[in-house]
Design a protein around this ligand. Structure first.
Ligand code: HEC
Length: 112
């Protein structure tokens, strides 16, 4: 597995080196790394749909729970994580935990 990945990385940079000869065609093809952000955003959305949308709506505009479509301008990521962790008013805490909680808190903190 590891060796295969290494080969892929080396292969990619070889092709890149050959292709970029003289050019200034940087980072566009960077292997790995970059996809992390997209994956986290996508999965935060999914986690939200599965655990939170029933009360807050698929588009975050609320239902049984309040509208949180602009919650990022009200609370920062840390505060949102703590609300998810501890609950607030009619919402119980601990619905999601760990990385899922962090991903959703980060995602919600961008909703402004
Ligand atoms: C059972 C319904 C229900 C579920 C499921 C639920 N919530 Fe809530 N949520 C509420 C209610 C009701 C409130 C309002 C609590 C209060 O302040 O009285 C709330 C409040 C919040 C707030 C604070 C909003 C504010 O403006 O103060 C955030 C952030 C939040 N929820 C995020 C989430 C996330 C993320 C999930 C999924 C992990 C989730 N909620 C799941 C019902 C729910």
């Amino acid at each position: 597995m590891k060796r295969k990945l290494l080969g892929l990385v080396l292969g990619t940079s070889l092709v890149f080196t050959l292709a970029a000869c003289g050019g200034d065609d940087n980072a566009a093809d960077e292997p790995a790394g970059d996809n992390g952000g997209t994956a986290t955003t996508a999965s935060a959305d999914k986690i939200f749909q599965q655990n939170c949308a029933a009360c807050h709506g698929q588009d975050l505009t609320g239902g049984a729970g309040p509208d949180i479509s602009k919650v990022g301008s009200k609370y920062d990521q840390e505060k949102i994580a703590s609300i998810i962790e501890n609950g607030q008013g009619g919402m119980r805490g601990g619905i999601i935990q760990g990385e899922e909680k962090d991903a959703v808190a980060a995602w919600l903190s961008e909703k402004k």
